[in-house]
Design a protein around this ligand. Sequence first.
Ligand code: PLP
Length: 355
Amino acid sequence: MKKHNFSAGPSILHDEVIKNAADAVMNFAGTGLSLLEVSHRGKEFTAVMEEARKLFKELIDAPDGYEVLFLGGGASLQFYMAPLNLLQKKAAYINTGTWATNAIKQAKYVGDVEVLASSEDKNFSYIPKGFFIPEDVDYFHYTSNNTIYGTEIRKDFDTNVRLVADMSSDIFTRPVDVSKYDLIYGGAQKNIAPAGATFVLVRKDALGHVDRPLPAMLDYNIHIKKDSMYNTPPVFPIYVALQTLKWYKELGGVKVLEKMNIEKAGLLYDEIDRNRLFKGTVAVEDRSLMNICFVMNDEYKELEPEFATFAAERGMVGIKGHRSVGGFRASLYNAMPKSSVEALVQAMKDFENKH
Ligand SMILES: *Cc1c(COP(=O)(O)O)cnc(C)c1O
């Protein structure tokens, strides 16, 4: 039996996507060669790259003037690469968790950074509100989904300032108004592909306005000019990304995915709120649809290891909470079937009955 994979990342991929990837590892596009041993410049892989970039733009509904790149280095390299390309004088950030903290730290190597608000005072268990975004910044950066703490900003900010967002863990989980953004980036290993590829969606005319010299590998314009093949791209994860994007399209796109995600997360949050053993860890209005963090109520705290074993015996993997929150975290990415969420909910009910 396949396990219920609640891992936060690298994470679950759709069965069909994994099967297509396995087939291509054996025989890629009828070449008689493995995807793992072909040239990235061959016509078969060039076609994959082209289609993946095109389909990414189509699914996220990017207007003209935006480019999609698949690079290496992870979201963590983008923490530095984004300011290098976009920050001339000053940028504004909000600090909503570990990844945002890292992004702020890297941007400070490049220019002035104004941290408008932070939720560090309460272990990042809420999204700061009511802060003012100054108009004189090059961009405003935020992390849309805080993978570790389980909070999410599910709306595009209402501001005239250009937005830059780390959407590593909630890309393609809801519609986004791309026209408000100069840049959206993320590691592909949460909702698109296995580890190794980083997606970048960038507005072309936002580039070229900084006066520092840019190293070639860190220059978005060079990657754009070379059709995301300035150097050897991560061929395998890009192929898998294309399979996922095709599956998203088949399902009906981001609106359909959003509906599924609201339903799946709703099932689990309802149980967390109903079950006398468990409680959520973040402000209810800021709850993430992707990473659902919960702990045991204080009087049952010592049962946490027992529930971990109980769930593991039922085929559940990856629900241990991050060390900075404790308890449990169930990641319900796009590829997570509703049946797995139902299995977790049932396990929680059965465990409650046992105690
Ligand atoms: C996982 C994650 C990262 C780190 O991504 P890497 O690809 O490992 O660098 C950054 N931001 C968010 C929101 C994440 O979930």
